[in-house]
Design a protein around this ligand. Structure first.
Ligand SMILES: Nc1ncnc2c1ncn2[C@@H]1O[C@H](COP(=O)(O)OP(=O)(O)OP(=O)(O)O)[C@@H](O)[C@H]1O
Length: 510
């Protein structure tokens, strides 16, 4: 029997008592590409972090080439030939491409860095991988795609025996994905094993020799990729069958619609970054959900509506009036608010109190007309703290000392205080615990019921279905499909996010 290049057995890993990995096992052979798939939060990144030595498992065993590795650390992993490409880029923006590629092992001559050799080696490597990137350019000057490719080149420069790739294609266009796949096949032919994580099902099936599916930190199935279709993968990932959905439809209120309500926001042929022809209406009291994989364009659409990204074409109407939005200030003037997982984009002032975070922007607005009444602000803040159930001992407490969920509620309070009519929610519950998530989502539903229009996106399809009244799926920058509440079906939404239309009889296959 062929010896596994890497075998992990019964790995358990908990965070604050919550088990992210529940006895997970995985093994792969030399020169094998394994596609690791699972829904958001299934434990894929945690598993890679254990293999790479960044997280110590609570229990379980790791074997490399048949030998048990007792304690693995990032340094040890590197010595053993394990390289990782992160989901979030970790390049140094002010350093050159060459310096970034060789940051861990810069070539030296007489004890000092040999910049000439480093630059040549980097250029040779880029050429070998058919990448037209100047190695002397600073990373900050590169496009998002080029940065991702440099990250990949950096991992390859170490001649890895095992390459771990966590969603490497998210920022890549099709041509770059093809180049990445060529590179992966070259590495494979040299005996390198690759673990490839992606939510893009067609890609996983195309590039992997074997597919391993995990759900809730446990193994579900594993086998040659030829045995898997996107439908089978989605069903096994979610653990939900078509029959479950038939049952769910019976209990869903299919008559729920905002179609007759006043239109708060209308976009016509919006084009921003790689997204185009984005036309939709958001009604009063409606939560309009947007679904899309990373890089699909949902974020671009949301950020352009809030003036964070420039739209290249199309029209935006707010309450039937044309609106020019070139900056967040324009958006705020038109009655838009923005809540994201990113505190900076949220306009959150970490060193200020909860009260100031809720009231400062409206204070600025008022300042134009009158003196700010500080006691009025204190009263307003107190009333929002009570209404939104923000857990803080006092409105004077610094917002940074609140839990993530309560910080998000304070940001929502800011937009309510500003009397925003439309609030754009971009992953508003990312990174907060389960109880806080449901609290924030209940609040979002409450403010919609009070007449706000909400644009909402979450990577978690179940959460998106729970919160939204309607879901538009965006695939490769285009509006691909719309689901009304009565049509909600977790697996069909995930397939649509992959550009796959509903297929009849898919569930009869297995
Ligand atoms: N550093 C951490 N601290 C606390 N909890 C964590 C940490 N890292 C991961 N988790 C939790 O562990 C679980 C698994 O997360 P993980 O990031 O591994 O999932 P994933 O399958 O990679 O998801 P995604 O596809 O969204 O990247 C989740 O519930 C997550 O919230």
């Amino acid at each position: 029997m062929e010896q596994s290049a890497l075998r992990i057995s019964k790995i358990i890993k908990s965070f604050d008592g919550i088990k992210a990995l529940k006895g997970l096992s995985l093994s792969f052979n030399k020169g094998e590409i394994v596609g690791l798939v699972g829904s958001n939060g299934a434990g894929k990144s945690t598993l890679l972090n254990v293999i790479w030595g960044a997280y110590a498992p609570d229990s379980g065993d790791i074997f490399i080439n048949g030998e048990q590795v007792k304690k693995i650390s990032p340094t040890k992993a590197q010595e053993l030939g394990i390289s990782i490409i992160f989901q979030h880029r970790r390049l140094m923006p002010y350093m050159t491409v060459a310096e970034n590629i060789f940051i861990d092992n810069m070539p030296k001559k007489h004890g000092i860095v040999d910049f000439k050799k480093m630059s040549k080696d980097a250029q040779d490597l880029l050429k070998m991988l058919s990448l037209d990137i100047d190695s002397s350019k600073k990373v900050e000057e590169l496009s998002a795609e080029e940065k991702q490719l440099v990250e990949i080149v950096k991992a390859c420069s170490k001649n890895p025996k095992i390459l771990l790739m966590d969603e490497p294609t998210t920022a890549l266009r099709q041509g770059d994905v093809d180049r990445l796949f060529t590179l992966m096949r070259t590495l494979k032919s040299r005996g390198c094993s690759v673990v490839f994580i992606s939510h893009r099902l067609k890609e996983v099936i195309e590039i992997s020799d074997r597919i391993s599916i995990i759900r809730d930190g446990a193994n579900v199935s594993d086998g040659p990729s030829t045995q898997y279709s996107p439908d089978r993968i989605v069903e096994e990932m979610s653990g939900i069958t078509a029959t479950d959905f038939e049952h769910q439809r019976d209990v869903t209120d299919s008559s729920f619609s905002h179609a007759g309500q006043e239109v708060l926001l209308r976009t016509e042929g919006l084009k921003v970054a790689n997204s185009q022809s984005i036309s939709f209406e958001l009604h009063k009291g409606e939560i309009l959900g947007f679904a899309g994989l990373g890089g699909s364009g949902v974020e671009d659409i949301f950020e352009s509506l809030y003036g964070l990204k420039t739209k290249q074409a199309g029209d935006i109407e707010i309450e039937n009036q044309h609106a020019t939005i070139r900056s967040p200030m324009d958006a705020i003037k038109h009655g838009l608010g923005f809540v994201s997982e990113d505190r900076q984009l949220n306009g959150e002032f970490l060193e200020l109190s909860v009260k100031d975070n809720i009231c400062i922007p409206s204070g600025q607005k008022k300042r134009l007309f009158s003196m700010i009444n500080r006691s009025e602000e204190t009263l307003a803040a107190a009333s929002y703290i009570e209404k939104l159930n923000i857990k803080t001992e006092s409105s004077q407490k610094l917002i940074k000392n609140l839990s993530g969920g309560n910080q998000q509620k304070a940001i929502i309070a800011k937009w309510l205080q500003l009397q925003s009519k439309i609030i754009i929610m971009c992953e508003p519950t990312a990174g907060i615990d389960v109880a806080a998530k449901s609290d924030v989502n209940a609040l979002i539903q409450q403010i919609a019921e009070e007449g706000k229009g909400i644009l909402y996106t979450s990577s978690y399809i179940t959460e998106l279905m729970h919160v939204s009244d309607r879901i538009i799926v965006v695939y490769q920058g285009q509006m691909f499909k719309e689901f009304s509440r009565s049509q909600y079906d977790h697996n069909q939404i995930y397939l649509a996010m992959n550009g796959i239309e509903e297929q009849s009889g898919v569930n009869d296959e297995h």
